[in-house]
Design a binder for this molecule. Sequence first.
Ligand SMILES: [Cu+2]
Length: 137
Amino acid sequence: MLCYLRGITHLLFIKFNGMKIKFLFASITAFVLTVSVAFAQSKPTPKSEIIKVWGNCGMCKTTIETAAKDAGATTAVWNKTTKMLKITYLASATSGAKVQEKIASVGYDTKDLTAPDAVYNELPECCQYERKAAKKN
Ligand SMILES: [Cu+2]
């Protein structure tokens, strides 16, 4: 068995020696290019989503955007006038629902979720925004 393997190795060496080095490099380059192209084609495209998030000020903005990124968003920009949060993310990394969960967990109401009262009450006074639930009344 060992002898057989040695024979193959020996044969390969002879073949490699016989090959022109340039051709060998060309083959390797072609192989690497093929693999890179295959990877580039399978590269996932980021999704983007706009979610309403309740909040007040610049401090809220930082908290909301940080929470979105902690939840896996690639980019997160919240507009304090429109209350709209624009996120981009890879579907493999997170989802709109996960981002909302994280934001609600730090005290901010979102389109689909309401933050726990206990967390909301801990927000700095300037950040005690008018809550989503209050708007229904
Ligand atoms: Cu604030």
